[in-house]
Structure formats: C-alpha cells, structure tokens
Design a protein. Structure first.
Lengths: 114, 113
C-alpha cells in the first residue's frame, strides 16, 4: 500500500518551454500533497503544499507564477514549471500524506533544461 | 524557526555491526517523527514512524524517542551493505490548520563488507 507515482521520471526541455509533472497516489486518497526539489548532494527543499480543491501554499522564495500547482482530485497533483531555465534543472519529488501524517514519496522526476 | 539537526557523517560501520543515527529537533511541541532512507539518485523511502516516548522496533530497525530531550534516534542491527544510504530524520510541525515535515540534512551511512 501507499504507492505514489510520478510521471515523467525524467525530462529534457529547452530553455523557455514549460514542463508538467504529474503525481498520483495509487492506492489511497491524499487530501494533501507536497512538492520538493533536491539539488545534487543537498537536502530536500519543500517548495509547496498542495491541498485538494484549493490553492497551493508556497514556501518563501518559491515563485508561484513559475511553479504552477494544481490539485484537482484526491489522487492527482500536477506541477508545471513555466518558462524553464537551466537553473531550474533539478530532481523534483512529490509526496502524498497518509492517515498519520506519514508522507509517501513518488520516485521523482529529473528535469534537465538545456 | 523549526529545525532538525543530524550529523552529516559519513558514518562507517562494519557489516554485522549496529549503526546508530541521531537527530535533535527544536520544537518541544512536536508529536510525530519519521525516518526515511534515501539511496543516491532516488527519492526517500519511509522506514519508521514514532509518536510516543520509548522504543519502536520493526525488524532490524529500532526507533527511539525522548521528547524531554528532543531527541530521536534510529538503530540498525546487523547492518548490511545494502543499508548504505542517506538517512533522513523528519519532524512533523503543525499549526494554523496546516502541517508539514521538516527534514534534517541527513546522515550518510556506509556499511563496509
């Protein structure tokens, strides 16, 4: 149980284009999902908290107009990186929250912007 | 500011030994604590959760919590090379109708065959 999927697992895009990443909880409903970013050899950085049916809450320093989050159902949240630049290249990981506030992570999406 | 502190390591232990990973946190009101394992290039995987003072055992893993000392630890018995990974301590902080996990920077464990 508690399986979270992400798609795509890796993506390469050109600078200036947009990329959408999907996060799905496969065997449970998640009212809250989280989006993290991790640069090489660094710790996880929370970008935003996504609640089903409402606007996401972004962490300080994260541009909400650049990182668009939609949580339209209890099993799906999406992160769209708009007008991507090379400095946006990173490992993006979503998580979904279970019954006791445990977070289950997706496998991550490695984004490379050329 | 909510903080979670871990020794970054690397912590090296021989195969078969006990690995001890430690974590301290700043918010005395925290109630939920988690240990995650992250292999290089992969996402974190939940291995233990603990909510009450004392020990919680699951196979070769034992989590220990001392809320008075604001300290949580993870013991790995009979360490195997496959346990080599970065271990992340996470503390749940909640308030004003929202909650989030704050992660430590992780301790890198290396189990030497």
């Amino acid at each position: 149980g508690a399986v979270v999927s992400q798609h795509p697992s890796w993506v390469i895009c050109k600078s200036g284009t947009s990329v959408k990443i999907e996060c799905r909880s496969l065997d449970f409903q998640a009212t809250t999902m989280f989006w993290y970013r991790q640069f090489p050899k660094q710790s996880l950085m929370l970008m935003a908290t996504s609640n089903e049916g409402s606007k996401a809450t972004y962490e300080q320093g994260v541009e909400k107009d650049k990182f668009l989050i939609n949580h339209a159902s209890l099993t799906l949240s999406t992160l769209t990186v708009t007008s991507a630049h090379p400095e946006d290249s990173s490992f993006y990981i979503c998580s979904a929250s279970g019954a006791n506030y445990e977070q289950y992570f997706g496998p991550g999406t490695r984004l490379t912007v050329t | 500011q909510k903080e979670v502190e871990q020794n970054s390591g690397p912590l090296s232990v021989p195969e078969g030994a006990i690995a001890s990973l430690n974590c301290t946190y700043s918010d005395r009101g925290s109630q939920s604590f988690f240990w995650y394992r992250q292999y290089s290039g992969k996402s974190p995987e939940l291995i233990m959760s603990i909510y009450s003072n004392g020990d919680k055992e699951d196979g070769r893993f034992t989590a220990q919590l001392n809320k008075a000392s604001q300290y949580v630890s993870l013991l790995i018995r009979d360490s195997q090379p496959s346990d080599s990974a970065t271990y992340l301590c996470a503390v749940l902080y909640s308030g004003a109708g929202s909650y989030q996990l704050t992660f430590g920077k992780g301790t890198k464990l290396s189990v030497i065959p």
